[in-house]
Each structure stands twice: as C-alpha cells, then as structure tokens.
Design a protein around this ligand. Structure first.
Ligand code: NAD
Length: 487
C-alpha cells in the first residue's frame, strides 16, 4: 500500500454510525475489508449484531418526526451541501472505491460524479413536493391530496457501486423527509462510512442517517424488517436475495423498492453503424469490469454482420489493460472475489463445450488478486448458461439472429428486464423496439443509460420501483387524501 492509501484509510471511520455517534459493535466484534486486487486486508471495521441493528432503527425512529417537520428548504440545503462535499472529496472517495472494490480509478471518479448527482438532483426535488386541491364532481366537497414521508427506511446495498447505490436511495429519502438505516455490502462498506462523515459535515441532524456494517446480513436485517416501526425497505442486489427479502416484507405488507439483477440484451441490427455499436459494446460490457446490473449480457447480432462485429470487438478487447485499478491506464481491475472468477470460468467453459468459439481471453489470471482475462466468445448456442445467467465479469458472449422478430423474441426470452441496448439506423425500427422490448430502460444507439435525472429500474424479475428522475422521490412518499365540506 502507498502512503497516500494508508493515510486515506486512516480517515475512514470504522465504527457503527448510530444516532449521530460512532460506536463499537456489541462485544467489540470487527470484520476485515480486503483489496480484491491484492487479497490484503485494508482495515477492520465494526461487525454489528442484531441488537446493534435495532439500535440503529431506534435512532432513525426517534429522529423521524423532527426530520419530517424540517423545512424542505433546509433538507434541500443539507443535500446540496453534501453534493458540494462529495465533489470536494472526489479524489478520496474514488480511491477508496478502487481500494475496496477494484474498479479502475478513472471509473471510480465517474461513479463519484454519478453518485454525487443524486444529491444535487434530490436537493432540487426536496422543495418541489406538491399536492392537489379541487372540488369534487358533485360540488359538495373540497378534495386535498397531499404527500407525506413514508417513515423510517432500511436500505441494503450491493458492493459493485459503493457510492452511487447509497446516494440513489439516501438522497430521495432525505428529500422526502424520511430517516434511514443503511447496511452497505460487507465487501465494500468503507465508501458509505466515509460518506456518512460528509453528511455530518453537511449539517445532517443526529439519527437521520444511521449506518451499520456487518458480516451477518440476514440476521441483522430480519429483525428490522419485522419491526412494526420500519415503514420501507429498499434493496439493491441479486434477484435471489431480493426474493427472500420480499417474502419477509410480505408478512408486514411493508412498502418495498427492489433493484435486482439483469440479463441485458445488446442487439446489433444489419443496418447499425458498426463503429458506434463497438464503442457502445465496450462501455455496456466492460464498465465496472462487467460487474454492473446494467452490463450487456447477451450480444445478439444479425447474422450478416456477426463475423465483422466479432472481429472488430475482439481486436479492442484483446488490447484492454488488466491490473490493479490504481495503476495508470488500467481498464480492467479484479473481480470482487474467487467465486466471481470461478463463475466466469464456468460460464465460458460451458459455452465452449456447447459449441461456441473462444476468440480471446477465457481464463483466470494467476493471483494475487482475483482477475479474469477480458474474453470474447462467439457463436454461442441456445441452452448455454451464459445466455441465461448474469455473467458479472469481463466476458462478452455473441449469438446471432435472422430477423427483427427473432431478435425481439430472443431479447425478451429471460426472466429479467432491467435494461436493453439496440443499435440500428432505422428510426421506425427504433420506435418498434421501444414498444416491443420488455425492459425498464433502453439504450438506443448508446451503451450507458444511467443518469440521476432518469428513472432507473426494471420490469419482470429485475425489480419493483424506480430510482432517480421525477419518479424517484415517490418511492419515499405516501399519498394522503382529505375531504372537507365545500360550504
Ligand atoms: P447480493 O444480493 O448478494 O447482496 C446485496 C446486499 O444484500 C449486500 O448488502 C448483502 O450483504 C446483502 N445480503 C446478502 N444476503 C442477504 C440476506 N440473506 N438477507 C439480507 N441481506 C442480504 O448482491 P451483490 O452480489 O452484492 O450485488 C450484485 C447483484 O446486485 C447483481 O445481481 C446485480 O445485478 C444487482 N444489482 C442491481 C442493481 C439495480 O439497480 N437493479 C444495481 C447494482 C447491482
């Protein structure tokens, strides 16, 4: 580790953040956080017990009434202050994400910008929560429709975007007047801890945001989800875990938002601008080392251009520089852990065994660190696991289609529906795809769709609800209707 890295880690709070105080976990338990590029332990942090998690909820419940009564302008100012602080500390936040998650530093900087934008966007939305007032059709009553904060929320976030997945939930919740308990992923908790420190600096009152870190996710979230004081659960992570949390939430009819897994199709039609399609493909596939819910998972290419697309993309992929994300020019960092490497390996082997051709890469890189070579497999056959499962690694799999109907059928042939990408120069086809693709988001001739001003979310088993955009704040508001006599 460099001196710079050691100094930064010394600034990260290692306790639980409860009721405005940094406290130890029950029994002083700690858990190690590792650098996936080296396997080395970076730092030890508090490992919360179920009792600690309940104390975090106590603090959020205690702060709820006064936070809901805080003037929208004040809530807005605090969020705007947090945005400014994120910008000021962008280098530290970026390095921290690279250390704990592995993404290349340039991409970590991109995430700081993206994650920060939710603070700015929702600071602007905080003062625009409005309702309706009108006479009923009979003329006998006045109808008032207002919006109230939902109440204390539990957020459970994944490891792949340590800052953005936290701000995408915290910012709208605070704007709406909700208090928060957040549990970041145990693999990448440092960014959230550092961000909590910035929220304090921005003037956030004690108890409004509480953070607990733990190696016992299920044991700690379970008691909170069944606690009648909790009013909302927002989860980002795998569909498998989301399904389990939904079942727990169902017992209490708890309000939920679920941002789950994806299996994005990337369609390249015969009329596509292939240069643009290749550029889009590089972004849609290799951003975040392929570990994004929005990562293109299935490249479905018209049979007349498939060989040319494969040739051009393989030339680009073979040049990608692999290494620790802190090194200059690195484009592909490590995967998050050994299991992720084993999974990428299995999916490639299965595809090749079923008849696909390996064009570049295809194997794990020797340690230290959990690296996998940037890979292209073409001619992937129906029935290959790589077409059904989320790859979550730097592996690009190409299959072909014969016409638009087949392309749409293959694209929709999945339980997921988070994002799709399509490259075509035919405007009418573009409009047909908007209607026909079963997807929450569509990138038409672009490889990245995320934006704080846009509603992010999926259909089918990719989730429930939207984050960002005009829609995002409504996940944290309840509609209340009041009737009063007209005279
Ligand atoms: P994961 O489901 O394993 O973990 C997500 C979070 O849930 C972590 O904080 C983890 O500690 C916690 N968790 C795990 N098991 C739990 C349990 N039984 N009870 C309670 N909490 C539990 O997912 P991951 O590996 O961290 O993230 C990758 C997944 O997240 C991928 O499927 C990806 O597509 C998805 N994802 C979705 C979005 C989106 O916006 N739709 C964004 C990012 C990631």
């Amino acid at each position: 580790m460099t001196n710079n890295e050691t100094e930064l880690l010394a600034q990260v709070p290692t306790g639980l953040f409860i009721g405005g105080e940094w406290v130890d976990a029950e029994g002083g338990r700690t858990l190690p956080v590792r650098d996936p590029a080296t396997g080395q332990v970076l730092i030890g942090i508090a490992d919360a017990s179920p009792g600690d998690a309940l104390r975090a909820l106590d603090a959020a419940v205690a702060a709820q009434e006064s936070w809901a009564a805080t003037a929208p302008r004040r809530r807005s100012d605090i969020l705007r202050g947090a945005f400014d602080l994120v910008r000021e500390h962008a280098d530290d936040l970026a390095l921290l994400m690279t250390l704990e998650m592995g993404k290349p530093l340039a991409e970590a900087r991109g995430e700081v910008t993206y994650g920060g934008e939710f603070l700015r966007w929702f600071s602007e939305e905080a003062v625009r929560i409005s309702g309706r007032y009108g006479l009923n059709p009979e003329g006998t009553g006045r109808m008032i429709v207002s919006q109230r904060p939902v109440g204390p929320c539990l957020f459970v976030t994944p490891w792949n975007f340590p800052l953005a997945m936290a701000t995408r939930k915290i910012a709208p919740a605070l704007a709406a007047g909700c208090t928060v308990v957040i549990k970041p992923a145990e693999l990448t908790p440092l960014t959230t801890l550092y961000f909590a420190k910035l929220l304090v600096e921005a003037g956030l009152p004690a108890g409004v945001v509480n953070v607990y870190t733990t190696s016992r996710s299920s044991d700690t979230s379970g008691p909170l989800i069944t606690d009648p004081r909790l009013r909302k659960l927002s989860f980002t992570g795998s569909t498998e875990v989301g399904r389990r949390l939904l079942a727990q939430a169902a017992d209490r009819v708890l309000r939920v938002s679920m941002e789950l897994g994806g299996n994005a199709p990337f369609l390249v039609f015969e009329d596509a601008d292939l240069d643009k399609a290749v550029e889009g493909a590089m972004l849609a596939k290799f951003r975040n080392i392929g570990q994004a819910c929005t990562a293109a998972n299935r490249f479905l290419v018209h049979e007349s251009v498939a060989d040319e697309f494969a040739r051009r993309i393989t030339a680009r992929v073979a040049e990608l520089k692999v290494g620790r994300g802190t090194e200059d020019g690195v484009q592909i960092g490590p995967l998050i852990d050994d299991r992720a490497v084993a999974k990428a390996d299995e999916l490639v082997q299965d595809a090749v065994n079923r008849g696909a051709t390996l064009l570049t890469g295809g194997t794990a890189v020797d340690g230290p660190g959990t690296f996998f070579e940037p890979t292209v497999v073409a001619g992937v056959q129906d029935g290959s696991a790589i077409l059904r499962e989320e790859i979550f690694g730097p592996v690009l799999a190409i299959a072909t289609f014969a016409d638009e109907d087949e392309a749409v059928r293959l694209a929709n042939d999945t339980d997921f529906g988070l994002v799709s990408y399509a490259f075509t120069r035919d405007l009418a086809r573009g409009h047909r795809l908007i209607d026909r693709l079963e997807t929450g988001m569509l990138g038409l001739n672009v490889g990245v769709v995320s934006n704080a001003a846009a509603p992010f979310g999926g259909v089918k088993q990719s989730g429930i609800g939207r984050e960002g955009g005009l829609e995002g704040i409504h996940e944290y508001l309840s509609t209340k209707y009041t009737l009063i006599p007209a005279d």
